[in-house]
Design a protein around this ligand. Structure first.
Ligand code: HEM
Length: 479
């Protein structure tokens, strides 16, 4: 049972905002621990376990300091690096484990395929794959939206990033990288603490990393034989061939990170968006209205994404209330003062998009899902940061936004959805992403059918207020 200083017998001199407790316990429920830290101590606090201290920061002031003072706070997303030259070391050598001049140089190279002019061409492929998924859907069917979005995103990311159009290969690679990500999460105590004692798990991780690296190398070899496509890997291979300076090991690290960063974050975000729409009938109707107006004016097929004003608010709100990336950590690399804490080298500092987005000081009724709040609010980049902020901000953010702005309307104009009544919906951070931990089973409705909110159980109620009093359309409660 963790003990907070505010309630403990600590002397006045020691009365820093600290919780004393087992970090392993915090890791078992990362978002519960994060919320507890914020509610007990406010925008800055620490969790201490023996000699190990982790500092938590929430809100724009500390987010800005930690995310922009890159001389002091280093990004080290994968804390378990493995020995030099190992597959684990190569796989963890992407942008999120690089800092300073090296990061800037590598990011410049990796950014090239993510310029808007490069990825505009991806739109038709995203549409085609979404339509292929919908081809098998029928009104009345029950589908696990989480599994559907995962499959769709595996296909889309492997096609856009690597030029793969073969779903089997995409699923195999996706599952391999996902499993490796989970092993890292487990070994690095939810990516908070490096736990690299020569344990059985550590050895297993190193062996599995060899398997993942083998698969990525195979894929690079296939692309290298024909690097003429507009996929991200082909663009990187062409720039490597013309002397960009990207080594083979760096290419493995960047490729692995791109796949890991792109696929699950976007799949989770889409799943949450459909769940929130289904549970808020009035919002679902607003989306239908916007799509009908576009169809009537003949503009839907032309994908005028800038005209999707409500869809834009919907996605902003969905990424606020259930952000695909829930928290990230930084490593303090030189002594520093942060609020009341004197940090020594090696202290982990954790910031949380989830908690910042749920701060009452920043968002009125933060647990209420209300896309129209975006008609009147304009939070700073450090108060609203689903894609991070500062030099490590998400370079795939514009691509992910375009992707979601295509997929949500394409699905919603054909099918509306009702969550299967009494479903248990649980969520928590897995490998730092806010993931559904249970299937999200939805009954598919025709586009004209009335939306009906369903009673659900599970810890989803911690994150979103689904109580009847806050919901328009609550009279349509499915039991
Ligand atoms: C909804 C979907 C997504 C979310 C919520 C998301 C979120 C984030 C966040 C919060 C960061 C910053 C991490 C930090 O500061 O430590 C980040 C970085 C990154 N993301 Fe995304 N991301 C998404 C989609 C994508 C996609 C589609 C791609 C690639 C195609 C991508 C590639 C990356 C890369 C390479 C970085 C590291 C950038 C750097 O260190 O310079 N992400 N993402």
């Amino acid at each position: 049972m963790p003990v907070s200083n505010s309630a403990s017998t600590a002397s006045v001199a020691e009365r820093l905002p600290i919780t004393y407790g087992s970090l392993a316990q915090a890791v078992a429920d990362p978002l519960g621990a994060i919320r507890q830290q914020y509610e007990s101590h406010g925008p800055i606090s620490a969790w201490e376990d023996g000699g190990q201290r982790v500092v938590f920061v929430f809100g724009p002031e500390y987010n800005q300091r930690v995310l922009t003072d890159t001389e002091t706070f280093h990004s080290w997303f994968f804390p378990v690096r493995g020995p030099r030259g190992s597959a684990q070391r190569n796989l963890t050598s992407g942008l999120l484990n690089q800092n300073g001049a090296h990061h800037r140089e590598q990011r410049r190279i990796v950014m090239e395929p993510f310029q808007r002019r490069s990825f505009a061409a991806y739109g038709p492929r995203i549409v085609e794959m979404t339509e292929a998924m919908l081809h098998d859907w029928e009104p009345g069917q029950v589908r696990d939206l989480h599994a559907e979005m995962n499959r769709l995103l595996l296909r889309v990311t492997s096609s856009l990033l690597f030029g793969f159009d073969c779903p089997d290969l995409a699923f195999e690679l996706g599952e391999t990288i996902e499993r490796w990500g989970e092993m890292n999460h487990h070994m690095g105590l939810a990516a908070i603490i490096p736990h690299t004692s020569q344990s059985f798990d550590y050895d297993k991780l190193l062996t599995y990393a060899e398997h993942v690296e083998g698969k990525i190398k195979q894929m690079i070899q296939v692309r290298r034989a024909n690097p003429h496509g507009d996929d991200v890997l082909s663009i990187l291979l062409r720039s490597q061939a013309s002397g960009s300076g990207l080594s083979d090991e760096e290419l493995i690290g960047q490729t692995n990170l791109l796949f890991a960063a792109a696929h699950l974050t976007t799949a989770h975000s889409l799943t949450w968006t459909f769940f929130l729409l289904a549970q808020h009938p009035a919002e679902g109707d607003k989306l239908t209205q916007e799509l009908m107006e576009l169809e009537t004016s003949g503009e839907f097929e032309a994908f005028h994404l800038e005209k999707l004003a409500y869809t834009d608010r919907l996605l902003k709100e969905s990424l606020r209330i259930l952000p695909g990336s829930a928290y990230v950590q930084r490593l303090c690399v030189r002594p520093a003062q942060l609020g009341p804490f004197t940090l020594s080298r090696g202290t982990v500092v954790l910031f949380s998009q989830y908690m910042t987005h749920h701060m009452r000081e920043l968002y009125d009724e933060p647990e209420r899902f209300s896309p129209d709040r975006w008609l009147t609010i304009r939070p700073s980049p450090f108060a609203y940061l689903p894609f991070g902020a500062g030099p490590h901000n998400c370079l795939g953010g514009p691509l992910a936004t375009m992707l979601m702005k295509l997929v949500v309307p394409l699905v919603w104009r054909r099918f509306r959805m009702r969550v299967v009544p009494h479903s248990e919906i649980n969520a928590n951070a897995v490998a730092t992403m806010l993931a559904p931990l249970t299937p999200v089973r939805m009954q598919l409705l025709r586009a004209q059918e009335a939306l009906v909110r369903a009673e659900v159980t599970g810890n989803i109620h911690r994150y979103v207020d689904l109580s009847a009093s806050t919901l328009e359309g609550a009279s349509n409660l499915a039991t």
